[in-house]
Design a protein around this ligand. Sequence first.
Ligand SMILES: Nc1ncnc2c1ncn2[C@@H]1O[C@H](COP(=O)(O)OP(=O)(O)OP(=O)(O)O)[C@@H](O)[C@H]1O
Ligand SMILES: O=P(O)(O)OC[C@H]1O[C@H](OP(=O)(O)OP(=O)(O)O)[C@H](O)[C@@H]1O
Length: 220
Amino acid sequence: MIANAPLVFALPKGRILDEVMPLLRQVGIEPEPAFDDPRSRQLRFKTNHRDLDLIRVRSFDATTFVAFGAAHLGIAGRDVLMEFDYPEVYAPLDLNVGHCRLAVAEPVEMTKDDDPARWSHVRVATKYPNVTRAHFAARGVQAECIKLNGAMELAPSLGLCRRIVDLVSTGATLKANGLVEVETIAEVTSRLVVNRAALKMRPVQVNAWIDRFQEVLDAA
Ligand SMILES: Nc1ncnc2c1ncn2[C@@H]1O[C@H](COP(=O)(O)OP(=O)(O)OP(=O)(O)O)[C@@H](O)[C@H]1O
Ligand SMILES: O=P(O)(O)OC[C@H]1O[C@H](OP(=O)(O)OP(=O)(O)O)[C@H](O)[C@@H]1O
C-alpha cells in the first residue's frame, strides 16, 4: 500500500448500485462523468476528492478486492460477507440498503408432506455453498451444494435438485417459479466494509470516511 496514493473504494455494480449512489452522493462523493456514461468501459474513476477513487466491480467481488487490500473501502451485501468470511474485512456500518434475506425454498407441492426437522441430507442449488453447508451442519444435516451463479429458481423444475438457497426480497421470483420459502437463513442488508490493514496504516483518512457515512445514516 502506497501511503499517499488515493484510497480505492469498491462499489458493487448491478442492482445495489441504484440504491448506493444516492447514499454516496449524500456522503459527498461525486464520481467523474465517465461513471454515468453507459458507453464507457472504464472501471476505475476519479472523484471530487483527490484522495479517493472508485472502482466498479461484480457484487461478489467487492469484498474480495477489500480483503486483499486492492481496495481500502467498499460496499458488500451481508450475504457476500457471510459466504467469504474474510478475516481481513471489517464491516462497521449497516447502510440500510439492499434489504433481502437468504432463504431455503422448495416446490410448493413438496411442502405439504415435507418436515424440515426430519431432513438428514439435502441437495441444494445455490450461489452460497459455504453459508448453506454451515447452516445445515449446525443442526447435523449434510448439505450437498450445486454451485450456480443465477437463475437458481429453475433448478427444482428441471430436476437438478429439489431445494435452493437464494436471496428473497418480494418473493415474486419464487412465486413465479412455483417455489415457496421454507426456512430463513439470514436477514441481509449492505454494509460499508474496510480493509483492516488500511484502517491501521491510514487511520485518519479511513476513519474520516466511516464517520462521514455514520453522520449521513444518523441524519436519515
Ligand atoms: N431481490 C433483492 N432485493 C434486495 N437486495 C438484493 C436482492 N437480490 C440481491 N440483493 C443484494 O444485492 C447484491 C447483488 O445482487 P446479485 O447477486 O443479484 O447481483 P447482480 O445485481 O445480479 O450483479 P452481479 O452481476 O454482480 O451478479 C446481493 O449480494 C444482495 O446483497
Ligand atoms: O424476491 P424477489 O423480489 O423476486 O427477488 C429475488 C431475486 O433477486 C435476486 O436476483 P436478481 O434479480 O438480482 O438476478 P440474478 O439472478 O441475476 O442475480 C435473487 O437472486 C432472486 O432471484
